[in-house]
Design a protein around this ligand. Structure first.
Ligand SMILES: O=c1nc2n(C[C@H](O)[C@H](O)[C@H](O)CO)c3cc(O)ccc3cc-2c(=O)[nH]1
Ligand SMILES: C[C@H]1O[C@@H](n2cnc3c(N)ncnc32)[C@H](O)[C@@H]1O
Ligand code: SF4
Length: 314
């Protein structure tokens, strides 16, 4: 029997690329005021063109507006409206818009089947380097987000970014912190193991992890995280199919959003899904689409979100 590996047929909407953080590894951001915001009309055209293509998830991924900016409220409203629009057109939204206030998180819960935020790494050392100009990457702030998501009963996706200059112990600490919060609230549906990959725009001088190091983190994550958390790795950031297969052997069960354009790593394209499916099948793995919320959390969602979800399944 072939082992099942999942992926999410997705499309990424970007409310804005402007971001007041400056993570040195980022290939996504522009400076504040340098990117127009995505208009609802434009989003509607994009979503219309995506209908009947098997796309399930709309991943809303945004640069961040300063919490004290007078534009913050408009920005959250735009994200809310984009998610609501996607829902009304039969898609299932999942938003990662960086660090939110408790009220913002509660608001976005209404129109998203799950939310996401990467922990990155809990080591405060990174604040002297890659996160020197990225105030929302303060580890305590990110962990508090996971705690709030737990309190609000929001099915949550998180993960670590590897290759930022952290030590092995730092990675272990980050995974332990995620496991601890999941132990308290049971809300972490998946953990993304994201290898940093250099792009054309970033200014980070560090070296990405090599294959052995990546595999070591996967094994460690599988050991630390409880079995009900799915392990995800984006296949376009792995060098070759061999490495993808080895990841699956070590316990990766999900390949994340397979999208036409990887907005975070635009220099790394996804392999054609049919090719990937065939390659995996030859090795005894069956690639299957999944929803952006895992079944054990369906009952956490509002009646309205549950009915959107059941329309997708039936
Ligand atoms: O749902 C998420 N998917 C993330 N993904 C996977 C995503 O589902 C897609 O593969 C594309 O990145 C979307 O543009 C990432 C992929 C990358 O190459 C780099 C970073 C991310 C980060 C996230 C993330 O925070 N949340
Ligand atoms: C949305 C998520 O994308 C990840 N991210 C940002 N830049 C890169 C990069 N160059 N390579 C890999 N992942 C990256 C961070 O972990 C962020 O939280
Ligand atoms: S990684 Fe996210 S928070 Fe950091 S600069 Fe890029 S968009 Fe902003």
């Amino acid at each position: 029997m072939a082992k099942i590996i999942t992926y999410s047929p997705a499309y990424t909407l970007v409310p804005t690329y402007e971001c007041f953080n400056r993570c040195s590894y980022c290939n996504f951001r522009t400076n504040p005021f340098q990117s127009p915001w995505l208009e609802l009309e434009t989003a509607k055209q994009i979503l219309t063109s995506l209908e009947h293509q098997g796309i399930i998830e709309i991943l809303i991924l945004s640069g961040e507006i300063h919490p004290l900016s007078p534009r913050r409220k408009l920005w959250i409203e735009r994200i809310y409206d984009l998610a609501k629009l996607a829902l009304s057109m039969g898609f299932l939204p999942h938003t990662n818009a960086g660090v939110l206030s408790y009220e913002e998180m509660a608001l976005l819960k209404e129109v998203n089947v799950s939310l996401g935020l990467m922990v990155e790494q809990v080591s405060p050392k990174l604040l002297d380097d890659v996160h020197k100009h990225a105030p929302t990457k303060i580890p305590q702030l990110r962990l508090q987000q996971l705690q709030w998501a737990g309190e609000l009963k929001i099915p949550f996706t998180t993960g670590i970014l590897m290759g930022l200059g952290e030590s092995k112990q730092d990675r272990k600490d980050s995974l332990d912190a995620i496991a601890l919060l999941h132990g308290q609230y049971g809300h972490i549906q998946e953990v993304i193991l994201q290898p940093y990959q250099p792009g054309k725009k970033d200014i980070f001088q560090g070296k990405p992890l090599n294959d052995e190091e990546i595999l070591e983190v996967i094994a460690l994550a599988r050991e630390i995280l409880p079995k009900d958390i799915a392990l995800q790795i984006p296949p376009n950031l792995l060098k070759n199919s061999q490495l993808i297969l080895k990841s699956l052997e070590l316990g990766v069960t999900d390949l994340g959003g397979i999208v036409p354009k990887d907005e975070v790593n635009p220099d790394y394209h996804h392999q054609k899904i049919d090719l990937l499916r065939q390659e995996l099948l030859q090795q005894g793995y069956q690639l299957k689409p999944r929803l952006p919320v895992y079944p054990q959390y369906y009952s956490w969602l509002s009646d309205s979100l549950q009915s959107s979800l059941y329309q997708k399944i039936s």
